[in-house]
Design a protein. Sequence first.
Length: 203
Amino acid sequence: MQPFRTLTSLGAPLDRANVDTDQIIPKQFLKRIERTGYGDFLFFDWRRTASGDPDPAFVLNDPRYKGAQILIAGKNFGCGSSREHAAWALSDFGFRVVIAPSFADIFFSNAGKNGIVLARLSEEQVAELLHNARTIPDYQLTVSLEAQTVTDGRGFGAGFEVDPFRKFCLLEGLDDIGLTLRHAAALDAFETKHDEAAWWKAK
């Protein structure tokens, strides 16, 4: 997992509330066993027309937001089923931050474990960011995990809360496997000692 400290990027406005995980990554794409390759299917039903062509009306198909790594969304983002694939799809597409007034609990946990910073701001603050991202060309935001702030260099500034343990993991780039591997030496020592103590079982 890539460490996260500070990111300055274009902000893409997804002005929709209650975006559920089935919209983030539709169920027909859950058959893959890899954790990569889901970016092409992110918001698939919204990004594509019935004929399969890119829908020019959908925000992420707008050339103005190409390369955005910060997504600004409405309240209750990530609701619905608990599929971790939703976090994989957002990450694989290139998003490292999602800003919203609220997030579904399981999605919040899954996103943090996959290196995505979720910044809860007030509805008024998010409405301001959505407006700015829609109306200001090349609207850039800076998200600092260390300072727990969102700023735009134009006068906007807001703080967000982060669980200390999740903040540590994001700053250090540690997922659940990475956390376990920090204790690799102790685990190896335990296994060696255990094997030696149980030598008789091999006879």
